[in-house]
Design a protein around this ligand. Structure first.
Ligand code: SAH
Ligand code: SF4
Ligand code: F3S
Length: 481
């Protein structure tokens, strides 16, 4: 009988992608996916270290799993527990020390070695069972938090399952930027780009599995500098053009997360020249104060960011922006915070993520003297979130009555309803037949929910108001499936 694998994922899209790839690596060992941890023969926790709260979840989740593991062992079954991801990388030895029953701890760059780790962990378990001291045995787990010389991508099997209509593809890993607040350069290692040919091959397989939207992933995705088929070094703009040409089934291309410093002219021009590149960009700025940006080691100013946005809007007038903000970075004064609010007013964002600064062990900012008091941070966070929320609602409201192209992805909750995404990642509900799943349909937006939009197929809208004449119709040439 097939063994069951449960993977729980925290953190960013890179972790979502990695979780899918870990499942691919474990499939040849006989592990198939389950959504129920209580019946799992193996559980992988794919963890995130970015803020303290994210990190803390690891230990509470391990606690819960230990209970399950003990229950299964009492019933004569077993459960291998593996802790992967960024907490594993940063605190691997501490995890092993605190919870010796954990079988495997592995970092984000070694999961191609999972089969070997599982074999070692299983051997250790069998020996323990033979010696009849299953639970008392300490420290027999496998720890692999290397940054290996080989690229894991050269050793991964092909994807075992389809990711559906909207797929992730990691093209770049790691970070060399060392923002003073951030753990990523330590948990993911140095910047590294996959070769173009490998990316195209994976994109083709994803498209064959039904993908129509591809989000290219990397911690600094626009720092991409991979080996091209001509032996030269290609940037992200060139890769996007190449993917559009070689994998035409992909109707929508996106990339995340970008750094303002790597937003080069080629990439801005690609937003003008490549219709499949969606007019929506997540470009984190973190702060609007030049002093704080310098302390964060972001290596650009607030005006540099404003100029970038101007250039992007000149290239692609309908582009919308999203960003991340850190509130209460050490030394942030009221004036610095006001500068952040001002930047938000100037740029206007369709969507944003804002967080209180969280001191991370081993990062330079964690030991800066002027930590901002919690109550000040909380008050500022509330103020910034109110402004960002207002901008989000205004952005959604502006779509009311407009016709937008929606990539239909799956059935909705109601009978006869499909759910898809606008170019701006807004969820859109629409009554439409199943055979339209995987196609881009024009939808007239008629309803505004808080985070979702509702609409009717533009073809239907035109039919029900014949006087409207040339309202855009459902365009069959854009239908792929
Ligand atoms: N590479 C991306 C961000 C990756 S981390 C970039 O350079 O923008 C995702 C987000 O987490 C960051 O944009 C930042 O806003 C937030 N973040 C990172 N470290 C943090 C910390 N110590 N405290 C609070 N938020 C943090
Ligand atoms: Fe972290 Fe900065 Fe690297 Fe982004 S660019 S991953 S925020 S160090
Ligand atoms: Fe978290 Fe690691 Fe991603 S720290 S945000 S899972 S790169």
């Amino acid at each position: 009988m097939a063994k069951k694998l449960f993977i729980k994922t925290y953190g960013c899209q890179m972790n979502v992608y990695d979780s899918a790839r870990m499942a691919d690596v474990l499939a040849p060992l006989g592990y198939g996916p389950t959504n129920d941890p209580t019946e799992a023969d193996m559980v992988v926790l794919n963890t995130c270290h970015i803020r303290e709260k994210a990190s803390e979840k690891t230990f509470s989740e391990i606690g819960r799993l230990r209970v399950e593991q003990a229950r299964r062992q009492a019933e004569g079954a077993d459960m291998i527990i593996a802790v992967a991801g960024c907490v594993a990388q940063a605190e691997g030895e501490e995890i092993m020390r605190r919870v010796p029953e954990i079988d495997i701890v592995l970092g984000p760059q070694t999961y191609h070695r999972l089969p070997e780790m599982v074999a070692r962990a299983t051997r250790a378990r069998d020996q323990r069972r033979g010696a009849k001291f299953i639970r008392k045995h300490k420290g027999a787990g496998v720890l692999d938090t290397d940054f290996p010389a080989e690229s894991k991508f050269d050793h991964l099997p092909d994807e075992t399952g389809s990711q559906g209509i909207s797929a992730f593809l990691a093209i770049q890993e790691g970070c060399d930027k060392f923002c003073t607040f951030c753990v990523v350069p330590y948990t993911r290692g140095a910047e590294f780009s996959r070769p173009v040919a490998q990316i195209v091959a994976e994109a083709k397989r994803l498209a064959a599995g039904g993908a129509r939207e591809l989000t290219l992933l990397g911690q600094n995705v626009n720092a991409y500098h991979g080996e091209g088929p001509d032996g030269g070094t290609w940037n992200l703009a060139r890769l996007c053009h190449h993917l559009a040409e070689k994998v035409p089934q992909i109707t929508r291309l996106r990339y995340t997360t970008s750094h303002p410093r790597d937003m080069d002219d080629d990439l801005i021009a690609a937003h003008r020249d490549l219709p499949s590149l969606m007019p929506f960009l997540h470009l984190p700025v973190q702060s609007g104060s030049d002093r704080i940006l310098a302390e964060m080691n972001r290596q650009h100013t607030a005006d540099h960011y404003r100029r970038l946005i101007d250039k992007l809007k000149a290239a692609r007038p309908d582009i919308a922006l999203s960003s991340d903000f850190i509130i209460g970075f050490p030394g942030e004064t009221d004036a610095d915070f006001k500068a952040t609010l001002q930047l938000i007013e100037d740029v206007t964002f369709a969507q944003s993520f804002s967080f209180n600064y969280s001191p991370r062990p081993g990062t330079p900012a964690a030991v800066m003297a002027a930590q901002v008091p919690q109550d000040v941070m909380n008050a500022r966070l509330q103020e910034v979130q109110a402004l960002l929320e207002k901008q989000l609602i205004d952005f959604n409201r502006a779509t009311l009555g407009k016709t937008v192209p929606v990539l239909l992805e799956r059935r909705g909750r109601d009978e006869g309803q499909l759910v898809g995404k606008s170019p701006y990642l807004q969820a859109v509900h629409v009554d439409a037949p199943d055979h339209l799943i995987g196609t881009v349909a024009d939808v007239e937006i008629t309803d505004l929910g808080h985070y979702t939009l509702g609409g009717i197929l533009a073809a239907k809208a035109a039919a029900s108001h014949p006087a409207a004449g040339n309202v855009a119709e459902l365009q069959p040439e854009r239908a792929i499936a």
